[in-house]
Design a protein around this ligand. Structure first.
Ligand code: NDP
Length: 394
């Protein structure tokens, strides 16, 4: 019997609202709040039961606190943008509410994300007896749970981890991003980084690539090494368990990379203000306004995503190689919740993370990453709520 406040009515927020509404035995009361309330109302009208909606500026802590005090949520699911994380955490502390998000804090003026800002809230959440669960999307999120599961069930040591995110979907646009364009482009134009033998090694953007054969008919795709936030917490988790190497890979089509290169070359991905016609504009924010809204890709996208972890390590003194993944079909996701698979694979785990907290399945006071809890109940819920997983020993 829990009250849930979802913040952010974008592609992911829509899926979280649908999935929470599908579990009335746990989530009895829902409120979807965002900067543009009309977007919340459009989503609310698609749901099988009535929910509340509200307008909120999630950068305004007093406004958030007032909203939390009036709706009295047990948990807030933050699926606005990473820029809002700290403001929403501040408001949760003030109003006494548990917190879940899917992406770590990133300051608007620097394209740089890391957990330190949010980990610094640990003592304050602990002192208030509240729980903050960070990164409960797919990657980060399910990928962290996959690693905890592999460690619990199949390995004594994990020496190598490759997290591999393939979007083999096609939306028919010459160039579009599957989640918020600003966040997506900041992520993929940054330098890459991976972990090897006790240190992080920086690479140029897209410096390393290889072809991987994906399962279930997806076939060969080129994957590129990029830096991704879950490596930061997973390296801490796995270092005492034998880790030597950890990398994150993502597929990009040649077409996507060609467009991105041109946009970068002409300065359209810059995040510093430039003067235009007597006004300051940020080129990347202007570009976002021109690109298709990720939420509009739902009815257009065909194909599948495949996200998972390849792990090498040992069990009972013998070497072992293991691959665990989920396949999600864009068209099936759209039929169920009117969103494509990228939003679906993020929104389902966000709902499950909140469910773990409000049912007391995962208990903690402070700020936590996903791998710190027992993976089993989360893995069961993935199968129940639309993200079944497959494991292969090879
Ligand atoms: P969208 O841009 O589609 O949606 C973001 C929503 O947040 C919009 O409705 C926007 O409002 C709202 N918002 C932005 N700023 C504010 C504010 N100050 N106050 C209130 N609402 C605000 O993004 P997505 O749904 O694609 O992504 C949501 C989050 O999910 C992001 O943080 C993204 O990084 C994360 N993500 C995580 C993944 C994972 O696997 N872990 C994968 C994909 C995404 P408005 O409509 O008015 O602009």
């Amino acid at each position: 019997m829990a009250r849930v406040m979802i913040i952010g009515a974008g592609g992911v927020g829509a899926v979280v609202a649908h999935k929470c509404a599908q579990v009335p035995e746990v989530f009895t009361d829902l409120c979807l709040a965002s900067r543009t309330e009309s977007k919340c109302k459009v989503i609310a009208a698609q749901l099988p039961r009535p929910i509340e909606t509200a307008r909120v500026d999630a950068d305004n802590v007093p406004e958030l606190v007032a909203l939390f005090r009036s709706f009295k949520p047990d948990v807030v699911i933050n699926v606005a943008l990473p820029y809002q994380d700290l403001h929403i955490m501040d408001a949760c502390l003030e109003a006494g509410v548990n917190y879940v998000d899917t992406a770590n804090y990133e300051p608007p003026e620097v394209a740089h994300f890391e957990y330190s800002w949010q980990w610094a809230y640990h003592d304050r959440f602990r002192e208030k007896g509240l729980m903050a669960l960070l990164g409960s999307g797919f990657d980060p999120g399910v990928t962290n749970v996959f690693v905890a599961w592999a460690m619990k069930k199949h390995f004594d040591t994990i020496e190598e981890l490759d997290i591999i995110d393939a979007n083999a979907g096609d939306h028919g646009h010459p160039f579009a991003t599957n989640f918020n364009p600003e966040i997506n482009i900041r992520e993929v134009t940054a330098n890459g980084k991976y972990y090897k033998d006790g240190e992080f090694i920086e690479t140029k953007p897209m410096e390393f690539s290889r072809v991987m054969e994906f399962p279930e008919g997806i076939g060969d795709k080129k994957i590129y090494l990029i830096w991704h936030e879950e490596l930061e917490s997973l390296v801490k988790f796995l270092e005492p368990r034998g880790l030597k190497k950890a990398r994150f890979w993502m597929t990009f089509s040649d077409n996507y990379l060609k467009h991105l290169e041109v946009l970068q070359n002409v300065g359209m991905t810059r995040i510093d203000p430039v003067m235009y016609d007597g006004k300051e504009i940020i080129p990347l924010q202007f570009l976002k306004a021109l690109l298709p809204d990720p939420a509009s890709l739902g009815p257009l996208t065909k194909g599948k995503t495949c996200i998972g972890c390849q792990i090498k390590g040992t069990k009972d003194g013998k070497p072992r190689k293991y691959y665990i993944y989920n396949i999600c079909d864009h068209e099936e996701a759209y039929r169920e919740v009117k969103s494509q698979a990228i939003s679906y694979t993020t929104g389902v785990p966000a709902m499950i993370g909140a469910l773990m907290i409000v049912t007391g399945t995962w208990k903690g006071e402070g700020v936590f990453n996903m791998e710190e809890f027992d993976p089993e109940p989360f893995m069961e819920r993935l199968n129940m709520h639309g993200l079944p997983w497959t494991e292969v020993f090879y």
